[in-house]
Design a protein around this ligand. Sequence first.
Ligand code: UDP
Length: 431
Amino acid sequence: MKTRPQLTMNSRTEQRIALISVHGDPAIEIGKEEAGGQNVYVRHVGEALAQQGWQVDMFTRKVSPEQNTIVQHSDNCRTIRLEAGAVEFVPRDELFAHLPEFVDHFLEFQKENRIIYPLVHTNYWLSSWVGMQLKEIQGSKQVHTYHSLGAVKYNTVKTIPLIASTRLAVEKQVLETAERIIATSPQEKEHMRSLVSSKGNIDIIPCGTDIKQFGKVNRQEARTHLGIDLETKLVLYVGRFDPRKGIETLVRAVGESKFRESGKLQLIIGGGSRPGHSDGIERERIETIVADLGMSHFTTFPGRITQEELPYYYAAADVCVVPSHYEPFGLVAIEAMASGTPVIASDVGGLQFTVVPEETGLLAPPQDVAAFTAAIDSILSNPEWRAQLGKAGRKRIETQFSWDGVACQLSNLYTQLLQPIVQQPILQLSS
Ligand code: UDP
């Protein structure tokens, strides 16, 4: 690592904050391999905070020479891409070694632009390490959102990566040293306390969603737009192709549905790249299972669905299924509910917080094919109940999970942390 520049705080930087998301580029297309909830969270939080008056710079890693170094989202909000290692895609488990270079380029950027960030909000454990360096070097305050906890994740995967022990140590250190940790659900906070450390300051501020975008069309308009008739029983999955997402459970559950032989069942598995482009082993594996179960004629893989098109898919669906083995929050669930569609989700993590069973959808044990089949069939069998669940879901999201509301809570927290410490006069007690 190069010698670090010595910087001092000055007053013109007070409203400036850095969101750091080393591997989750907020300006990239969402839904591709390794681009999911974190990218959406950082971009929306950044844009909403800028609207509330903050100067927001979002730092990420440059992965291709064709990418612009700076992407301006609005007057006060931009993405800045720094180099760290070769300018190409590197899987997140291999990024740790490149972080010192990321820190160096961050410091150079500050120096060249005569900026210093008094507060950094870091995302995922890799960025938390960057934030801890900045705290040490220049005293930046640190707010951190995990997005995923190694201690939980490693319980749900078969092969533990080499980086695991480093990740666990970094996650513990940031919990104990950051000014504030954001848990996106009470379940995530509980995991931090029981699996990581009893020390550190945790606030619960959920993830949000765009309640104008999701909910902009009704079921009928959405089906006309997508060319799906009103009689079809439509089951939807949206998300990345990753074994942790449990798509296999959904496919097998739909394969057992009592509506299978009706000729009216349709399964849409959205996400990943366009048809014809491979995006990894998981996509191919799922396509093989669909073919082996004889489900190809009623299953479609539209590839990545843009955020503009997604509201149509959610609104058209009878039910949206989130079958993850584990999910720290799960944006897809709140997007579907905002669109008035009931959610059937695994009874894990943040999904236990967002989905209220029997009120906005149903929860089933993860990987339990029979339970998912029963849940799907019960909602598909009862259109009136489906409509009721959908309506209650929309209400829940409007009142608790809008991006503006989330950004407002974060803004209050930053303001509180950036407040200068007022020296209390020492009272002289006369005897
Ligand atoms: N997404 C998308 N198009 C797709 C698939 C996913 O825009 O084809 C978005 C989706 O709307 C959601 C995000 O990717 O905002 C996935 O976030 P989630 O928290 O559900 O899962 P993660 O990817 O973080 O595991």
